[in-house]
Ligand binder design. Structure first.
Ligand code: ATP
Ligand code: MG
Length: 589
């Protein structure tokens, strides 16, 4: 591609809302442009990278016997009513009506549509297993779109769905997709972790996330140093404590005491004011679970894990109580709730089982209680694992104490074992060997195709711009003649350009009448792996200069050998990312 004829408008300044590096660099480098909150244009360079990612995905999924389909983005509401998710999915689902008043939504995911497709054609156990996938635009009306295309509202996703005759078949499909994902993310050049995950709104019983390690990641991942157990902190389980006795004799403890805490609401304010550690405080968090008010009691230095709380109650909707509800239930504004005398069922994290007298809110404005004792001053309906795991916690697998290392991650893929959740409600059945009707056992598997672009930039950039890993690079070589007006420079550049193109190397020729400084700046910003500089001075010595983006080293190549050498280096760089067919992912590597 000739840059003089290409559409590559680069920018000096990052957009004001760019809060992560990838967002700034992708906009400045002319890959994407924002059109509305969470909605982006992909420009020619951006599209080239998307296509690279898609090609890797297609190759690996085809190898795993998955077949590509293309399902509609606009979906009839009836299908979502059948699965029960039309209401349950909440405000992230973009719903609208057509001219006849028919109800539709823009697909945020495609379980309903694919289940409907498969139920119409699959009749017998002989038709299964089936794995289908598509690469398509999704829309989710995210409450907080941010970080550019990392958390967008409209984004490109690869979604796949498997249908099997039984659990063991479905687990085999799950394993095959798990393996394909490891290959895909390795081929993309990522440093990533496979983590046990919460199943969230999609539902199901088993789930893994593929997390690209990056400081800017929204997810927090915990890995046990001893046994390697790795989980999203939303999911990481915490075993019950060894000591279950709060205090030997609750009645023998000194009586609780009401203390004046004017305007002290947060854990920090109250503990500073009273000169105590957050470990000595109980946070009382009021929630509405399926329209019933409940209270969660959590130690001051811990955080409530909402997915765990929701799962423990078996609730389908769990929301923090609003101010008015808190006032009605406690008689006090937010910040002074406590379990003593509270007529709401209390569920406590089991870290509170091993604690002595504690400080709690007094259900009275500007007051707390000191010396509150479990079993004497208040009762708990149930103890459970309710908090977000942190580095100090014990590993649920091997029992090592303070076991966890913490990392930040960007979720680029997510796989779920669904079981028969959708096939039962939507009657996606087949006849088994005995002629009996059975629901198909399903799995679903997502990859954030456009998010991968952002994740790759987060993992690989410097102050000057992006450093694309070879397999995702929009072009492989950037040929930079320093002065197109110089006949010899122009001729060598044109010759090199056409030789590289003929060899199948994706090459950009910066034939713009720009100053060298501007060309170098753009070249670094856009991040093409190889750069060849052709200048008057070099040509006097019969050489051009080859460099690798992200590497300070420069090498002079004799003009006559330049093309062959560059072609060889590009091949070798690709070879670094190839995987043999029998390659298996090693989590400890
Ligand atoms: P998240 O927790 O990040 O919201 P999710 O669990 O909702 O993700 P899935 O429903 O599993 O995501 O979707 C599959 C993949 O699609 C995710 O792993 C992620 O890579 C990508 N994805 C999800 N939401 C977005 C978004 N708003 N913008 C870009 N990519 C997204
Ligand atoms: Mg989401």
């Amino acid at each position: 591609m000739r840059l003089s004829r290409y559409y590559l408008p680069t920018l000096k300044e990052a957009p004001k809302d760019a809060d992560v590096k990838s967002h700034a660099l992708l906009v400045r480098g002319g890959f994407i442009r924002k059109i509305a909150a969470g909605i982006y244009d992909f420009m020619p360079l951006g599209v080239r990278v998307l296509k690279k990612i898609e090609a890797v995905i297609r190759e690996e999924l085809d190898r795993a016997n998955a077949h590509e389909v293309l399902l509609p983005a606009v979906q009839p509401a009836e299908l979502w009513e059948e699965s029960g998710r039309y209401v349950q999915y909440g405000p992230e689902l973009l719903r609208f009506q057509d001219r006849k008043g028919g109800h539709f939504c823009f697909g945020p995911t495609h379980e309903e549509v694919i289940t409907d497709l498969v139920r119409r054609d699959v009749r017998s156990y002989r038709d299964l297993p089936v794995i289908l996938y598509q690469i398509q635009v999704k829309f989710r009306d995210e409450i907080r779109p941010r970080f550019g295309i990392m958390r967008a509202r409209e984004f490109s996703m690869k979604d796949a769905y498997s249908f099997d005759v039984d659990d063991s078949g479905a687990h085999a499909s799950y394993e095959a997709m798990h393996a394909a994902y490891c290959r895909i993310f390795t081929r993309c050049g990522f440093r990533f972790k496979v983590v046990e995950a919460d199943t969230g709104a999609i539902g199901g019983s088993r789930s893994h996330e593929f997390q690209v390690l990056a400081e800017s990641g929204e997810d927090s991942i915990l890995t046990c140093r001893k046994c390697g157990y790795t989980a999203n902190d939303e999911k990481a389980e915490i075993p019950p404590p060894d000591t279950l006795v709060a205090t030997d004799c609750p009645a023998c403890e000194p009586p609780r005491e009401r203390v004046h805490t004017p305007n002290q609401r947060t854990v920090e304010e109250v503990t500073d004011f009273l000169g105590i550690s957050p470990k000595q405080l109980i946070k009382t968090l009021l929630y509405v679970a399926d329209e019933k008010l409940v209270a969660f009691l959590i130690r001051g230095d811990h955080d409530l894990n909402e997915p765990k709380a929701k799962a423990m109650l078996g609730a389908s909707l769990l929301e923090m109580a609003d101010e008015a509800t808190v006032r009605r239930a406690t008689g006090a504004p937010v910040g002074f709730a406590g379990p003593v005398g509270l007529e709401v069922p209390c569920y406590a994290d089991w870290a509170l089982q091993e604690r002595g007298p504690m400080v709690t809110g007094a259900n009275e404005e500007d007051y707390h209680h000191r010396g509150v004792v479990l079993g004497r001053d208040f009762e708990v309906r149930e103890f459970a694992d309710l908090r977000i795991a942190a580095t100090g916690d014990t590993c649920p697998r091997c029992g090592t104490r303070a076991a966890y290392d913490a990392h930040r991650g960007i979720e680029v893929g997510h796989i779920f074992f669904l079981g028969t959740k959708y096939s039962e409600t939507m009657h996606c059945t087949f006849l088994d060997e005995n002629g009996a009707e059975q629901p198909a056992v399903m799995g679903c598997y997502g990859i954030g195709v456009s998010r991968i672009l952002a994740a790759a930039v987060e993992q690989s950039h410097d102050e000057d711009g992006i450093i694309w890993p070879m397999p995702l690079a929009p072009f492989q070589v950037n040929v930079v003649p320093l002065n197109m007006d110089d006949a010899e420079v122009r001729e060598v550049a044109e010759q090199l350009y056409s030789t590289l193109l003929a060899a199948g190397v994706e090459t950009l020729l910066d034939d713009r009448p720009e100053r060298p400084g501007a060309k170098f700046k753009d070249s670094a910003l856009v991040g093409i792996p190889f750069q060849v500089v052709i200048g008057r001075r070099g040509l006097k010595n019969g050489v051009v200069e080859l460099s690798r983006r992200g590497d300070q080293a420069r090498r002079d190549l004799p003009v006559a050998e330049a093309a062959a050498e560059i072609i060889e280096q590009v091949r070798a760089a690709f070879d670094d990312h190839r995987l043999p067919p029998d390659w298996v992912y090693d989590p400890s590597a």
